[in-house]
Design a protein around this ligand. Structure first.
Ligand SMILES: Nc1ncnc2c1ncn2[C@@H]1O[C@H](COP(=O)(O)OP(=O)(O)OP(=O)(O)O)[C@@H](O)[C@H]1O
Ligand SMILES: [Mg+2]
Length: 433
């Protein structure tokens, strides 16, 4: 029997269940019945709690899962804590085992089946230990409206775009970064894009960020910002290629100027704003563009991706099908957001071959939670599960109204108060007698 003192249960209901057990044992009483042990624990965690608190059951479970045996010894559960999402079980693993033994798909699935929970995630906080997260509650099940973060200022390297699974703000680096957003139809790509625009809003208004938007799906989704929020807005093949061509040329010109002036790091200003090139569903272009136009567009996007970051050009592309043919430069995006996919193969296309073992399960995201995604970032191995803000049509109108830069003042600047519209200037000026 593992010591109940090792169980650090959070949540008052759980604490009472385990305190009761400890009290009885300290009192010299008998081991309580399972029903008493699990009283107050959420019903869906009942089987798991009864297993982790019973060394006899654990001695059967570890060999059954191939994670321990009477010969090699058993892993040790050092703590179990009720969390908002379920239960966290901390385990000291056996010598010779690694995270890989525990985190692979097959082991996680049998652990989930054994504990009778929908999902078990495995991470390693320190060498020699693993955390088993038994998840029974989806903390991202409720959508979060975009308006809740309006008061935040803008850090272009940490733009608020949603919430994380741990109720943190999900922030995206837009400056010095490129972002790929991939997901099936209706998975929420539009809400990620609009959440980014909302987060950038005050900087757009201040003239520090220009958005160049290509919408090959016909201009419907982003048309609300035409001639107001976007510096350039194109939806035809020729228009999009022309926009990318001039963006690339201006980027080269800016790079040459920076080099000549010895500027190493881009800082946005009203004269030299951050240029954010957004393309929603580049692949849709192939429906009406020539093959040459599609290839040329990809070449230009490739140049912006490889050379734009340091000089203030960021690229954000949303795509439905993340295959190599559609987006050959996937690895050049430093942030890759995977929304819901239909197949696990698509998760790997966005997040790499071992994505599932490292915690990205885009293909398991429910259709009922659009906007939920796994985010991978260069320089970090793990994936974060997040949900973009929900941006309604009313929110879109508000974003456009609030953040569109002021239009140039074309009203007459001189004093025309004495102007007489009937005076066509053809009357001879009376000559003084
Ligand atoms: N973050 C979110 N929270 C709640 N609901 C959302 C969220 N994102 C999207 N939705 C809902 O899902 C629907 C589809 O979202 P969206 O248009 O953003 O998907 P999409 O991936 O851009 O689809 P498509 O591929 O057709 O362009 C929206 O109409 C909206 O009702
Ligand atoms: Mg869309």
């Amino acid at each position: 029997m593992i010591s109940p003192d090792l169980l650090l249960m959070g949540g008052s209901a759980a604490v009472s269940a385990f305190t009761l057990w400890r009290w009885r044992r300290l009192d010299g009483g008998t081991t309580p019945a399972v029903a008493e042990e699990t009283a107050g624990v959420p019903v869906e965690l009942g089987p798991a709690v009864s297993i982790v608190t019973d060394s006899a059951q654990l001695a059967v479970m570890w060999p059954a899962l191939g994670l321990g045996s009477w010969e090699t010894g058993f892993p040790t559960i050092t703590a179990a804590t009720l969390t908002e999402a379920g239960m966290l079980v901390e385990v000291q693993i056996l010598g010779g085992q690694s995270l890989q033994h525990w985190a692979n798909d097959a082991t996680r699935e049998v652990l989930a089946a054994y504990f009778a929970v929908p999902e078990v995630r495995v991470t390693s906080p320190h060498p020699g230990f693993v955390h088993l997260e038994l998840r029974t509650v989806d903390t991202l099940a409720e959508s979060v409206p975009v308006t809740s973060l309006l008061a935040y200022g803008v850090d272009l390297e940490a733009v608020p775009v949603g919430v994380t699974e741990d109720h943190d703000v999900w922030r995206l680096r837009v400056m010095y970064s490129h972002i790929l957003i991939a997901g099936a139809t209706n998975s929420g790509k539009g809400s990620v894009l609009w959440s980014i625009v909302n987060g950038l809003g005050p900087a757009i208004k201040a003239g520090l960020v220009d958005i160049l938007l290509g919408d090959p799906k016909g201009g419907m989704e982003f048309g609300a910002g035409e001639d107001r929020l976007w510096t350039d807005f194109q939806w035809t093949a020729t228009g999009i290629i022309t926009m990318l061509t001039s963006a690339e040329a201006e980027m080269q010109e800016r790079a040459a100027r920076f080099k000549a002036a010895g500027i190493r790091k881009f800082t946005p200003s009203a004269d030299e704003p951050l240029k954010v090139v957004i393309i929603d569903e580049y692949a849709a272009l192939s429906a009406f563009a020539t093959r040459e136009q599609v290839t040329e567009g990809l070449r230009l996007i490739g140049l912006l991706l490889t050379q734009g970051r340091a000089v203030g050009y960021s690229v954000i592309v949303a795509i439905q099908d993340p295959s190599k043919d559609n987006m050959p430069n996937r690895q050049l995006f430093s942030t890759r957001i995977g929304l819901r996919f239909d197949e696990s193969g698509q998760t790997s296309m966005v997040h790499g071959k071992e994505a599932a073992d490292r915690g990205s399960r885009c293909h398991m995201i429910s259709e009922a939670t659009p906007g939920v995604a796994y985010v991978g970032q260069d320089g970090t191995k793990d994936f974060r599960r997040v949900r973009a803000f929900w941006v309604s049509d009313t929110d879109i109108d508000r974003i456009v109204d609030t953040y569109s830069p002021a239009l140039p003042d074309l009203s007459p600047q001189a004093d025309y108060s004495g102007f007489d519209p009937d005076d066509l200037g053809d009357e001879p000026t009376p000559v003084a007698a």
